[in-house]
Design a protein around this ligand. Structure first.
Ligand code: SF4
Length: 270
C-alpha cells in the first residue's frame, strides 16, 4: 500500500498537478477536535444543526487569557486544546485541502485515490483534496470516517484563532466565518482584554502594512496571519515601548516571530 501511495504521488508530481496552500493548518495542536462527530447520525442533521445557528447567536470561546496561553504552548508543540465544536462541521465541509504528515500517511487510512503531492514537501508528506462539494472525502454520512486516526492537521484546527485575531477566513467559507462571528471570549483580567486587543492589532498591522515585509515572508492565508499574530502579540500590547516607524514595527515583528519559533518545545509559555 505504501508503495502504491508513493507511485501515485510521483505520478502527480510528474504531471505538475496544481498545488494549493493548506489553509486548515494553523499549527495549533489541540488533542481533539469535534469530538461529537461520531454521535450524529447523518450529515444532513449536522448541516441543519450548524445552519440553524442564528447569525447573532453567541458561542462561548472560553477565557481569552487561558486560550492564548494554551495556543502559544500548542504552537510550540507543548500541549493541546479542546475545541468546543458542538454541532459544527465547518472545517470538514469548507473546501480545505488537508496536509497529511508522514505519520498520517503511515497509518494508511486514507485511500490513495484521495492523495496527491503536498506542495513544497517531499513524500511521505501528502495532501488530501476536497470533493467538488467542498467536503473532505473522509467526511462520510455526517461524520469523519477515520475519526480515531484523523490527520494531525485536523487535530490542530481551532477556528477560535480567527476570532482571536479579529479576522475572517475568506468568502468561500461561510460556515466557518459564521462560527468565527459567534465566538465570544471572556476576560478574567484587564490584561487579558489588552492581550486580545494586541493580537487583533498584530493581525491588522500585517494585513494593512503587508508591503513593509519582504516578499513571501507573510503567510498568504488568513490562518497563517492569525497564528502569526498570536506569536507576536506582545509587541502590540499597550505600554510596550513605541517604535518610531511602521518599518521598525515590521522588523520587530519578524524578529519576534523568529524568536518564538526558536524557543524550545519545553520552554515556559509567557
Ligand atoms: S479527515 Fe476527518 S476530521 Fe479531518 S477534515 Fe476530513 S472528515 Fe474532517
Amino acid at each position: 500500500m505504501m508503495g502504491a501511495t508513493h507511485r501515485s504521488l510521483r505520478r502527480d508530481q510528474d504531471k505538475s498537478i496544481t498545488t494549493e496552500s493548506f489553509c486548515i493548518s494553523c499549527e495549533i495542536s489541540p488533542k481533539r477536535i469535534h469530538a461529537t462527530l461520531l454521535s450524529c447520525a447523518t450529515m444532513q442533521e449536522r448541516m441543519n444543526a450548524a445552519n440553524s445557528d442564528k447569525a447573532g447567536q453567541i458561542i462561548d470561546a472560553g477565557p481569552f487569557g487561558q486560550w492564548l496561553t494554551q495556543a502559544r504552548a500548542a504552537l510550540r508543540g507543548n500541549g493541546g486544546m479542546a475545541v468546543p465544536c458542538g454541532e459544527c462541521v465547518g472545517c470538514c465541509t469548507s473546501g480545505y485541502s488537508i496536509l497529511l504528515r508522514p505519520h498520517d500517511v503511515a497509518l494508511d487510512v486514507v485511500p490513495v485515490k484521495f492523495l496527491s503531492t503536498a506542495p513544497g514537501l517531499a513524500y511521505p508528506h501528502a495532501k488530501m483534496n476536497p470533493l467538488e462539494n467542498g467536503h473532505c472525502p473522509m467526511f462520510q454520512q455526517g461524520r469523519c470516517a477515520i475519526y480515531a486516526h484523523r490527520p494531525q492537521t485536523c487535530l490542530d484546527y481551532d477556528c477560535r484563532v480567527f476570532a482571536a485575531a479579529g479576522i475572517q477566513t475568506g468568502d468561500s467559507r461561510p460556515v466557518i466565518n459564521q462560527r468565527i462571528r459567534q465566538w465570544r471570549f471572556s476576560y478574567e483580567s484587564e490584561h487579558d482584554q489588552r492581550a486580545h486587543e494586541a493580537v487583533k492589532a498584530a493581525a491588522s498591522f500585517m494585513t494593512t502594512q503587508a508591503s513593509l515585509f519582504p516578499s513571501g515572508w507573510l503567510p498568504n492565508n488568513p490562518s497563517g496571519i492569525a497564528v502569526l499574530a498570536v506569536k507576536v502579540y506582545q509587541l502590540f500590547l499597550d505600554g510596550s515601548e513605541p517604535l518610531e516607524t511602521d518599518a521598525d514595527v515590521a522588523r520587530s515583528l519578524m524578529n519576534a516571530a523568529r524568536a518564538f519559533d526558536a524557543m524550545l518545545l519545553s520552554s515556559p509559555t509567557p
